[in-house]
Design a protein around this ligand. Sequence first.
Ligand code: PNS
Length: 191
Amino acid sequence: MKRKAIYPGSFDPPTNGHLDLIERGSKLFDELVVGVLSNPEKDPLFSVADRRKMLEAMTVDFDNVTVDTFDGLTVDYALRVGASAVLRGIRAISDYEYELQMALMNRKLQPGLETVFMMPAEKYSYLSSRLVREIAQLGGSIDCLVPSLVAQKLREKLDVAHKFADADAREREASGQDTPERKTKPRRKKS
Ligand code: PNS
């Protein structure tokens, strides 16, 4: 019987740590499906379609890895695609509590589904999508943290965001409007 696993996550954006785990998972399982969670509540930086495209490009060399999107429960998704395991990465002890809780809850929901934890290479143990987003937004270098195509996409995305912000500011200035901060009514001095 073929061993098939899903690797679910937000991947906003995918990092070198994710890629490291995908590579390890692809060696352990016959088939690995990277499942990008479509969760509109999270207000992601990248659309699900963009994240899927980036992951597809990153995993093009792995014959047994596919990329997909899903919504709803991870356990239901695993069942739908015929996977018997959920792959998750643990970087540090701080990840453990949340991951254990999720794994045990998934086991409660679907007892036949196993969670397999793998550790990425040590050099990625401090890496997270949230930090990558923050560093990129504040102008720091992310080149060693994400594949080059992701770095490029991040730069494009933030460039567009800056252009929109600049255009908004110019429009406000031209129309004589105050900046949003100054729109608030000045507080009356307490007498
Ligand atoms: O990359 P992330 O954000 O750590 O991934 C979290 C993810 C997608 C694995 C988790 O939020 C999840 O499984 N969401 C789907 C909804 C679900 O099954 N919730 C119950 C988890 S016990």
